[in-house]
Design a protein around this ligand. Structure first.
Ligand code: SF4
Length: 312
């Protein structure tokens, strides 16, 4: 059996950075005999990785936890970032912040603020393609409140949401970093088509290239193997989307959370369990192991090692 782990699956550099800041800080706090480091929500949507971090001394509280309940604590800001309001509330309540906002997200926050300044001068609208309520989007939307407590950006999730825009006024259109490029392109075209004056539309592609090419890459990867094992946490929306791509490219694909869910018959040439393999003759069975942007490399390695053991 040949087992290969996809090189491009797993954490982006923003998440790698947040995890390394979290582990170093939690370690220092533990050895100093202090309280635990607090994270506002999961650093990454993967149960196994979060269990590992919690065992190292991280305490996870809800992402909208009231800072007044965290007085005197040290709180980590995740790669997704936070709105200025969170920093203000932390200052007011004597909370120490450890900021692990991804530099790409931080740059986008500044872009949103400067787009708002531009649009305010011409009665325009700042529009973000993204998921309403997502931590990064809340952090981006919150940037404009720093100028004016009542200011708002408009978040659109699909073409129907564009109906709320006023196409007679200028529009500055951008995206959450993890949005799909093709969908952003389609919505940008729709905005341009409906605009009364094309010159009033600014489209700014702010999608992060750390994750944007992964679907095409995963489809190619999946096609190369007899069986594909996709590893992802149940809570990961990115995992659900990427697995659809993998399954479409190779129907002999399964999604699991970790090695405990593997079944030896998936890798049997005799098609035991009614699943997967056509007769492959004497040819060695190939297995591809891949995962979401929230899947830790060590977990994919454990999965691959378990599969290899089925041969012995
Ligand atoms: S901006 Fe890119 S690198 Fe940063 S957290 Fe988002 S996906 Fe990861």
């Amino acid at each position: 059996m040949r087992v290969e782990i996809d090189d491009r699956s797993g954490f982006c550099f923003g998440v790698v950075n947040a995890i390394s800041v979290a582990t170093a800080t939690a370690d220092k706090m533990r050895s100093g005999g202090g309280t635990k480091l607090v994270s506002l929500g999961d650093i990454v949507h993967n149960g196994a990785e979060m269990a590992r971090l919690e065992a190292l001394g991280l305490e996870v509280v809800p992402e909208d936890a009231d800072m007044a309940l965290l007085v005197g604590r040290t709180v980590l800001i995740r790669a997704h970032g936070e709105p200025p309001e969170t920093y203000r509330r932390a200052r007011e309540n004597g909370v120490t912040l450890i900021d692990a906002t991804c530099p790409v997200v931080e740059r986008l926050q500044k872009t949103v603020a400067s787009a708002y300044k531009k649009m305010r001068g011409v009665s325009g609208q700042v529009v973000i393609f993204g998921k309403r309520g997502h931590a990064e989007v809340r952090g981006l939307s919150g940037q404009v409140c720093a100028f004016d407590g009542n200011a708002a950006v408009t978040v659109v999730e699909n073409e129907a949401d564009l109906n709320v825009l006023d196409f007679t006024r200028p529009i500055y259109f951008m995206a959450q970093t993890t949005s799909r490029l093709a969908e952003f392109g389609q919505l940008a075209d729709a905005v341009r088509e409906r605009a009364a004056d094309l010159g009033q539309v600014t489209v700014h592609d702010t999608i992060c290239r750390q994750v944007s090419g992964r679907e095409e890459h995963l489809a190619e990867f999946a096609r190369r193997f007899d069986v594909v094992v996709f590893v992802s946490g149940a809570k990961s929306s990115n995992g659900r989307v990427l697995f659809e791509t993998v399954k479409a490219a190779n129907p002999r694909s399964v999604k699991i959370e970790g090695p405990d869910e593997l079944r030896p018959e998936w890798f049997s040439r005799n098609v035991a369990g009614g699943f997967m393999l056509r007769k492959t003759g004497l040819r060695e069975i190939s297995v591809g192991v891949c995962g979401a942007t929230s899947t830790p490399r060590w977990l994919m390695e454990q999965v691959a090692a378990t599969i290899v053991r089925y041969e012995n």
